[in-house]
Design a protein around this ligand. Structure first.
Ligand SMILES: [Zn+2]
Length: 169
């Protein structure tokens, strides 16, 4: 009894192989065909194994179960490695964003305080050059504060305030 041979090109083995849809069919092939195969060839399949690439069973004349990772194993490994790296990178970026958000927030607070200081200096009629320098510093700091979501409005308000102060000096 010979099962209908359905040969496929196995990308893992790198050659054509008979593909069995079940372990049982592969086993039966070994059971019923080995003698016949040996009549014309000097080696016959001795065991069957599951092939992840073909998603089925092949038979092989190699008795040794090689424990080397298959091509699919390697692809899966690198895929998982990539996934892990991506997750780690995402986490890192979250940290970076978090600290950059905090830094920008502090910067905005500093500018806020400086604006109050500038207003006081203007009221007290301090030296205009002095005041202009403070305003310029604040504008530079403001420009370096990141434009992250939620702070854009706050940045704009500070920008308008500083522009008003410039006109007052
Ligand atoms: Zn295969």
């Amino acid at each position: 009894m010979k099962p209908t041979k359905s040969k496929v090109y196995c990308y893992d083995a790198g050659r054509s192989k008979i593909l069995f849809e079940s372990e049982k069919k592969a086993g039966n092939f070994l059971k019923f065909n080995t003698d016949e195969i040996l009549k014309t060839a000097n080696h016959a399949p001795v065991r069957f194994y599951f092939c992840k690439v073909c998603n089925g069973w092949h038979v092989t004349s190699s008795a040794v179960v090689l424990n080397i990772p298959t091509h699919v194993d390697k692809v899966m490994d690198s895929f998982h490695e990539e996934e892990k790296n991506r997750a780690e990178w995402k986490e890192k970026m979250k940290d970076v964003r978090q600290s950059s958000t905090e830094m920008s927030l502090k910067l905005l607070e500093v500018i806020d305080k400086r604006i109050a200081e500038i207003q006081k200096k203007i009221e007290n009629k301090a030296a205009a050059a002095d005041i202009r320098m403070l305003i310029e510093d604040s504008l530079n700091d403001l420009a370096s504060a990141n434009n992250f979501v939620g702070h854009v409005k706050r940045k704009k308000i500070l920008e308008i305030k500083l522009a008003e102060l410039v006109n007052m000096v």
